[in-house]
Design a protein around this ligand. Structure first.
Ligand code: SF4
Ligand code: SF4
Length: 368
């Protein structure tokens, strides 16, 4: 196989700590505690190597990345090397001063997630009192600091009827971009899928509204719309293809081809503290295994779309079929597609409403 090109993007999950407890969280159920996190020097070394490797954009995420007191230093390290930085935050811990400090350190962009468009929904989903007001305040401070803002709206059964209000909220906050992203079912979200999956008609209604809003608001607000894989006809090109142009780093420095890849326990993952990032990207078992199209089975192997979607998501294939090399069941050509669609529709009609909140150390037990 020819040598891969350089990665362009990196998702850096700086910590799994988070004051919120969203049941749709894509973090692994087995969350890492703070004593497992890389220290400041190790993150600075990772980001220096990332810039040398050609990475152009780093998404600083978590958990809640603002819980890292060294966030300004990490942003500055990337900014000095010309790397674009995007902070993905729940925003409840951000003060006006902290946002100004991050802007001064060279932060380029902020994405704030809203669990709902009103305090009741935001608190129900985040399990955090006062979250909504804090998010609104932080969003205004972001704009006051001159930073571009994206409003992230993760959509599921408890808030699918608020899509219209999310557009109003994004306009009111002077956001540049709104991401209406139906939850993808990994980590805690997978655990909660029967409580969170909307029905196919509810997704179709969102699509019609978003199409209309996009047209109406051209030049005013960019709206991205992500449908749930479970109701798709074809899968998304997960991470733009395995080991193709992006990598993810966990709080303890484990380097992954995608943030959910550790569910594929047959792969060996390296840590950025044990092996140079360039070597991990170019030669490691985890990145090589599903890179390109050679590894594919039928129907992907002979499919004309294989260079477009790379056979979909490996983690989803494993979770739903037991085989990480299988065609993603989100694809209509997968022999498992009809069963997935039936399961999703049934869950959306009859699934339990009980939410399992995300907590470090809980291993998925309901919150008392
Ligand atoms: S999805 Fe919710 S719980 Fe998970 S990291 Fe984001 S804000 Fe925290
Ligand atoms: S068969 Fe494989 S390559 Fe073809 S569309 Fe489906 S997932 Fe993509």
């Amino acid at each position: 196989m020819p040598a891969p090109g350089p990665p362009l993007g990196m998702l850096a999950e700086l910590t799994h700590r988070c004051p919120l407890q969203c049941p749709y969280c894509s973090n692994p159920v087995d969350l890492l505690k703070s004593d497992a996190e890389l220290d400041t020097d190790s993150w600075l070394e990772v980001f220096t190597q990332a810039a040398d490797l050609g990475i152009l954009q780093v998404h600083l995420s978590g958990g809640e990345p603002a819980l890292r007191q060294d966030l300004e230093a990490l942003v500055a390290c990337l900014a000095e090397r010309g790397v674009y930085t995007n902070l993905i935050t729940a925003a409840v811990t951000l003060s006006e001063q902290r946002i100004a400090d991050l802007a001064a350190a060279g932060l380029d962009h902020v994405q704030i997630s809203f669990q709902g468009t009103n305090p009741e929904t935001t608190e129900l989903i985040s399990h955090y009192k006062g979250a909504h007001e804090k998010k609104l305040r932080a969003a205004r401070w972001v704009r006051d600091a001159g930073l571009p803002l994206t409003v992230n709206a993760p959509i599921h059964r408890c808030n699918f009827d608020q899509v219209e209000q999310f557009v109003d909220l994004a306009l009111e906050l002077d956001a540049d971009r709104l991401e209406i992203a139906n939850v993808q079912y990994y980590g805690w979200a997978y655990l909660n899928r029967t409580a969170l999956l909307p029905g196919p008609e509810e997704v179709a209604r969102q699509a019609v509204f978003v199409e209309d809003a996009r047209e109406r608001l051209t030049g005013i607000l960019n709206i991205d719309f992500v449908t749930p894989d479970y109701y798709a006809e074809y899968p998304k090109p997960c991470m733009g293809g395995w080991g193709n142009d992006a990598m993810a780093i966990m709080p303890d420095g484990t380097v992954l081809p995608c943030h959910a890849a550790q569910t594929i326990t047959s792969l060996n993952f390296d840590r950025a503290t044990d092996r140079p990032l360039a070597e991990i990207w170019n030669n490691s078992d985890a990145f090589e295994r599903f890179r390109g199209t050679e590894w594919m089975q039928e129907p992907c192997r002979s499919c004309p779309r294989k260079d477009l979607d790379f056979g979909g998501c490996r983690c989803q294939a494993l979770a739903l079929t037991g085989d990480a090399a299988a065609t993603d069941p989100a694809c209509i050509k997968s022999p498992n597609h009809d069963a997935l669609r039936r399961m999703a529709t049934r869950a959306s009609e009859t699934g339990s409403g009980e939410l399992i909140y995300r907590r470090i150390g809980s291993q998925g037990e309901p919150v008392a």
